[in-house]
Design a protein around this ligand. Structure first.
Ligand SMILES: CC(C)(COP(=O)(O)OP(=O)(O)OC[C@H]1O[C@@H](n2cnc3c(N)ncnc32)[C@H](O)[C@@H]1OP(=O)(O)O)[C@@H](O)C(=O)NCCC(=O)NCCS
Length: 190
């Protein structure tokens, strides 16, 4: 093994950077957070108020201090535009596991490689910064682009909560995907 330290920041990808979510992001968040497509993708489709989102931002800071969850804003590297958020939540220090989620808010920004790059950054943070052993995520069966991105980056489908969620008038499967530390290291050697 080389004794050299990899000095590439896991918070900086090829297209996005991750940084703390700030109250000054509220305008950008509210612009797309309540669109029906976003609400459906997140599985909570009752719109949120600005005050609720403001409290949520503060909560992410508290959770980070307690080392329970790590939420970051996803920012476009070139333009510094706010693209969305992602998180490693429910960090369990005994099992060394966490649950990941990533959302690019504006549909016009989908399909440009931002989601893939952001998930890659979260994996690097999870395995190389937080020293996790396993990262899990939940994705609805109909979110085909998300499933594709996660599989491409090494996640495996390991379970199905059948017809577990009632979304847009029908029950849908909630897929569980995960990736282990060894599988990540094989794909992204340090
Ligand atoms: C899931 C999400 C983060 C992906 O972000 P994104 O920026 O659009 O992703 P990318 O542009 O990096 O990649 C999209 C990939 O999906 C593929 N794709 C698009 N539509 C697809 C479909 N119907 N079936 C299969 N693959 C599809 C694209 O071809 C692309 O793959 P490629 O790079 O190998 O060609 C984004 O769609 C999102 O925020 N959705 C709403 C929130 C959400 O659903 N989050 C997931 C909950 S865990």
């Amino acid at each position: 093994m080389s004794s050299e330290i990899n000095k590439e920041s896991p918070f900086i990808g090829s297209k996005v950077i991750l940084r703390s979510i700030e109250l000054s992001d509220l305008d950008a968040i509210m612009e797309h957070w309540n669109t029906y497509e976003m609400r459906i993708g997140m599985g909570r489709y009752i719109p949120h108020s600005r005050t609720e989102r403001e409290e949520w931002i503060k909560k992410t800071h508290e959770e980070m201090k307690k080392q329970e969850s790590y939420s970051f804003a996803v920012i476009e590297k070139d333009t510094e535009e706010f693209l969305g958020v992602g998180a490693l939540r429910k960090v369990n220090n005994i099992n060394r596991s966490a649950s990941m989620s990533v959302a690019i808010y504006n549909l016009e920004n989908h399909g440009k490689g931002f989601g893939t790059d952001a998930v890659k950054c979260f994996l690097k943070i999870g395995f190389n910064v937080l020293n996790l052993h396993r990262i899990e995520l939940h994705v609805y069966e109909f979110l085909e682009s998300g499933r594709h991105v996660y599989e491409k980056l090494g996640f495996k489908e390991v379970g199905v909560r059948r017809k577990a969620s009632f979304i847009a008038g029908r029950y849908v499967d909630d897929l569980i995907m995960d990736i282990l530390e060894d599988e990540f290291r094989e794909k992204y050697p340090i």
